[in-house]
Design a protein around this ligand. Structure first.
Ligand SMILES: C[S@@+](CC[C@H](N)C(=O)[O-])C[C@H]1O[C@@H](n2cnc3c(N)ncnc32)[C@H](O)[C@@H]1O
Length: 272
């Protein structure tokens, strides 16, 4: 990576770039959000906060099942919020507040939410424990936090390909994949610190079969900030090497990789 900190992009810059195609490339995440929402205790979820909501597909799953009255969505990327805003405009009965904000400074009143959702975002936050504490603070007594993130060993096959190549292919992506992993015990520590009670926590490992193009399109949609410091030529070279290596690693015409997710449902105590 470049030593020049000014050239290092933040995740929101990737998401600003990919917002218009994001949903097309993360279909498996939609399915995960559906399973997370399906695992919630049956309650009245009137006031919902979606943290790092992106294009809002977790919220959209919830709206389909529960009579939500207010949706607050915060995200670092204005482009992602714009996509979410289009979707919410089809629900004039819901009062929506979408704003660009950091997870540690959401501007949400304490104890105002029945449900806080956070899907596929915790791994991008510098302070995971602080982020969970901020989400917990927004919950009413008895409110629910529902979280989905990358679990241990996700995309391990790409990490192996990257690290065994000489020189390594997109090493910044492999490093990021490993540092993004969230372990169950790590998560339990964050919940304890935030004063939340674990209701359900599980790791799901599925094997995905995709074309090399689909794999790289997903990485472009979620992580292009990682290689933005490279020159355009170098970027093309790295992506072409990644494509060739993924093609060589195909089994029966597909690149097969582990798609591992951590799911969490936790509750704020009735008295705090
Ligand atoms: C992979 S997307 C997930 C979006 C959505 N929740 C989903 O499930 O598709 C990660 C989101 O986190 C946002 N993000 C990253 N860092 C953030 C921060 N510190 N505060 C708020 N949002 C952040 C990005 O802008 C991006 O929209």
């Amino acid at each position: 990576m470049s030593d020049d900190a000014a050239e290092v992009e933040q995740p929101r810059e990737s998401f600003d770039r990919s917002a218009h195609v994001y949903d097309d490339h993360v279909g498996f995440n939609h399915a995960g959000a559906q399973r997370l929402v399906g695992a919630l205790p049956q309650r009245e979820y009137h006031d919902l906060l979606d943290v790092a909501c992106g294009t809002g597909f977790a919220t959209m799953q919830l709206i389909d099942r529960y009579p939500v009255r207010t949706v607050t969505g915060i995200d670092a990327s204005a482009g992602m919020l714009e996509q979410f805003s289009h979707k919410l405009s089809r629900h004039p009965d819901i009062t929506a507040t979408l704003r660009v904000a950091d997870v540690l400074d959401m501007g949400v009143p304490a104890r105002s939410m029945d449900l806080v959702l956070c899907t596929m975002a915790l791994h991008w936050f510098d302070d995971r424990a602080g982020a969970i504490a901020a989400m917990a603070a927004a919950l009413r007594p008895g409110g629910i936090l529902a979280l989905l993130g990358p679990g241990p060993g996700h995309d391990a096959q790409f990490v192996e390909i990257s690290r065994t190549a000489v020189p390594p292919i997109l090493p910044e992506l492999a490093d990021s994949i490993l540092s993004n992993e969230i372990y169950p015990d790590e998560m339990r520590g964050y919940l304890r610190l935030a004063g939340l009670r674990e209701l359900d926590l599980w790791v799901e490992r599925r094997q995905r079969r995709v074309s090399p193009d689909q794999y790289l399109d997903r990485m472009r949609a979620v992580a292009s900030h990682l290689w933005a410091h490279r020159t355009p030529d170098d970027r093309e070279t790295q992506l072409a090497r990644a494509d060739a290596a993924l093609c060589a690693a195909q089994t029966d015409g597909a690149f097969v990789y582990d798609f591992t997710k951590l799911f969490v449902v936790a509750e704020a105590p009735e008295s705090r």
